[in-house]
Ligand binder design. Structure first.
Ligand SMILES: CC(C)(COP(=O)(O)OP(=O)(O)OC[C@H]1O[C@@H](n2cnc3c(N)ncnc32)[C@H](O)[C@@H]1OP(=O)(O)O)[C@@H](O)C(=O)NCCC(=O)NCCS
Length: 142
């Protein structure tokens, strides 16, 4: 199959080198590893978009594993915000092979919720994507 490009709105941030501990019993990339990486990637994206380290995963839509990855593959994970709600942020995720650009996974909707000091959903006040670090939280509360 010819190399394909993915959603041009998606920015690819993190790259991974598929290692033996990331594999399933068949020798290809374990889906659970991939989802853990994406959840973390989406959390960081949400923190930087919403300016708040207290965000939680609320909802993940259908996950389409389109192609497998193998040990030694270089893959990259991309996200784009698709909807700023009152307290939520919805993202689309794409994972692809860095070399041949083949899509490995897509998730249409990952929803994170902005959490306030009382632990409940809080308005974040944003309605568009930032490509800078202008919303970086002052403290990560660690
Ligand atoms: C996140 C949490 C505080 C939200 O509580 P809630 O009662 O659903 O809150 P709300 O009904 O006010 O919804 C908050 C936002 O989530 C959205 N939302 C709620 N359920 C949703 C769903 N099933 N799908 C998509 N979005 C959803 C709402 O539309 C709202 O967004 P908006 O303010 O932008 O319109 C609560 O569900 C929770 O603590 N969940 C566990 C989170 C967690 O631990 N995640 C880690 C996974 S192990």
């Amino acid at each position: 199959m010819a190399a394909q490009d993915t959603d041009p709105g998606v920015n690819f941030y993190t790259r991974k080198w598929v290692r033996p501990e990331d594999l399933n019993a068949n020798g290809s990339l374990f889906g659970g590893s991939l989802l853990r990486w994406i959840d973390e990637e989406a959390a960081i994206y949400a923190i930087l978009q919403l300016g708040n380290p207290h965000v939680v995963t609320k909802f993940i839509s259908e996950i389409n594993f389109e192609a497998s990855a193998r040990q030694g593959d270089l893959i990259e994970m991309g996200l784009v915000a698709t909807e700023f709600g009152r307290t939520s942020l919805t993202m689309r995720a794409v994972v692809r092979n860095m070399i041949n650009r083949r899509t490995i996974l897509t998730i249409e909707r990952i929803v994170f919720v902005n959490i306030g000091a009382d632990g409940s959903p809080a308005p974040h006040g944003f309605n568009g994507i930032t490509y800078d670090r202008d919303r970086m939280p002052v403290s990560l509360g660690g």
